[in-house]
Design a binder for this molecule. Structure first.
Ligand SMILES: [Mg+2]
Ligand SMILES: [Zn+2]
Length: 177
């Protein structure tokens, strides 16, 4: 089984320092939805793993997060794509939960849900913590330069072997070449 794990904000949709707090604020990065559809066509299962500390901070509720994710799923369907699962950590940044990236809790859950070893599974993110969480369970790190990626690229802590691409569409072009 071919599995790929994507961060949401800054990878699939434009990020905001003020958080994505409503469906209206969720806007896809050009080419990202088509890229996910292409992954599906090539037999990849696509899973999202996203920190959503805005919930834990009280900026928006679970109903709003669900509505935002619904918009993503509907937009993706219009582009001919689908996600196999959406995992998220709703806890605040000062939480001691196991799921907030860079901790690998969501990735462990994904491995259990799909009953796969995550060794070599591509993880695509725009922040260091996305890649660190994936590398902790053996994933192969892909950094995109959308979202916070331009800044992340300069971080000396970037995991060894990180593959850098302009955006998700470019990552997918490599994986489906
Ligand atoms: Mg991000
Ligand atoms: Zn958490």
């Amino acid at each position: 089984m071919k599995l790929i794990i994507l961060d949401r904000d800054g990878v699939i949709n434009f990020d905001s320092d003020q958080f994505i707090k409503s469906p209206d604020e969720w806007k896809p990065i050009p080419g990202s939805l088509e890229a996910i559809a292409r992954l599906n066509q090539w037999g990849w299962r696509v899973v999202v793993a996203s920190n959503q500390s805005g919930v834990g901070r009280g900026l928006f509720g679970m109903d709003t997060l669900n509505a935002i994710n619904d918009k993503m799923v509907r937009s993706l369907a219009q582009a001919g794509g689908r996600l196999d699962a959406i995992f998220f950590c709703p806890h605040s940044a000062d939480s001691t939960c196991d799921c907030r990236k860079p901790k690998p809790g969501m990735f462990v859950q994904i491995g259990e849900r799909f009953n796969v070893d995550l060794s070599g599974v591509p993880v695509v993110g725009d922040s260091l913590r996305d890649l660190q969480a994936g590398v902790a369970v053996g994933c192969k790190p892909y950094l995109v330069l959308t979202g916070k990626g331009g800044k992340t690229q300069l971080d000396p802590a970037l995991p060894e072997g990180t593959v850098v691409h302009a955006d998700l569409a470019a990552v997918v072009a490599e994986l489906t070449a």
